[in-house]
Design a protein around this ligand. Structure first.
Ligand SMILES: Cc1cc2nc3c(=O)[nH]c(=O)nc-3n(C[C@H](O)[C@H](O)[C@H](O)COP(=O)(O)O)c2cc1C
Length: 243
């Protein structure tokens, strides 16, 4: 059993992490560690560094915790969780995040070349608005442009609205993974969930219209019976290929 003051190294945490569905109700749970692991999670790589996600913490003390657990289809991973972390995407705040990135580069590159600032401008003020802007028919037009350009040279094809949403979810999921490994490293367990009523959760937590829920993560000290079976993975040769 891992002591709570003893942190695991990376590979030990990866090895030890399991999705745990029943959390201990008796032992103390240090909610500060959730904060620490979320601070680590936001260091995860994310597309264009736009950081289009948020983590909504719903600890056991919150009046919303029980209702939220009910909306996670009453899964034990939610009802017994000492804290639920709702990972949401914020595609809608792309403008302010693009500006924040541009301003950061502008202000931190005073001694660096004008070229870098120009490049940042063309990326965050020109390319990103083209990708994230929403106008009638724009998604189709972007796809057609990508197809047309792609006839002649390598071109990113995933430019339509659905692909933009997927891209935002990818970054949110990577941050969620960092969080879960961090939690294991500090001695706690997690269970990622996509079994929830997103419409009702959005209403309950008063989430912004433009947000989407990537996953909800149950957190706590796992009980042995919360691991529903031995770990199973298909042979790595089916998952890791070399060309
Ligand atoms: C995006 C995502 C959604 C998941 N949703 C649920 C869920 O709703 N309920 C649940 O019990 N487990 C859920 N899981 C956990 C998976 O079942 C689990 O990761 C998988 O069986 C592998 O087991 P392990 O995590 O213990 O290695 C989810 C995992 C991911 C990554």
């Amino acid at each position: 059993m891992q002591e709570l003051n003893q942190e695991l190294g990376f590979f030990d945490a990866v090895e030890a992490r399991r999705s745990v569905r029943i959390f201990d109700q008796e032992s103390s749970f240090d909610h500060e560690k959730v904060q620490k692991c979320l601070e680590a999670a936001i260091l995860s790589p994310n597309s264009s560094n736009l950081q289009l996600y948020q983590f909504i913490r719903v600890p056991e003390s919150s009046p919303l915790k029980d209702q939220l657990a009910q909306l996670c289809m009453r899964q034990k991973a939610a009802t017994t969780a000492r804290e639920l972390v709702v990972v949401i995407t914020r595609r809608d705040v792309w403008k302010s995040r693009a500006k924040a990135n541009y301003d950061f580069i502008l202000n931190s590159n005073q001694n660096q070349s004008e070229k870098k600032v120009k490049q940042a401008g063309s990326y965050y003020k020109n390319l990103i608005p083209k990708l994230f802007g929403k106008y009638p028919g724009w998604s189709l037009i972007k796809k057609l442009i990508a197809w047309w350009v792609g006839m002649r040279r390598p071109m990113v094809r995933e430019v339509g609205e659905t692909e933009v949403r997927i891209s935002v979810h990818k970054s949110a999921a990577l941050a969620a993974m960092t969080f879960m490994l961090g939690m294991k490293a500090v001695g706690y367990d997690t269970c990622p969930m996509e079994g929830f009523d997103s419409k009702r959760v959005k209403k309950l937590l008063d989430l912004p219209t433009g947000s989407e829920i990537c996953m909800i993560i149950g957190c706590g000290q796992g009980l042995p019976e919360g691991i529903y079976g031995p770990r199973f993975r298909v042979p790595s040769s089916e998952l890791i290929l070399k060309k």
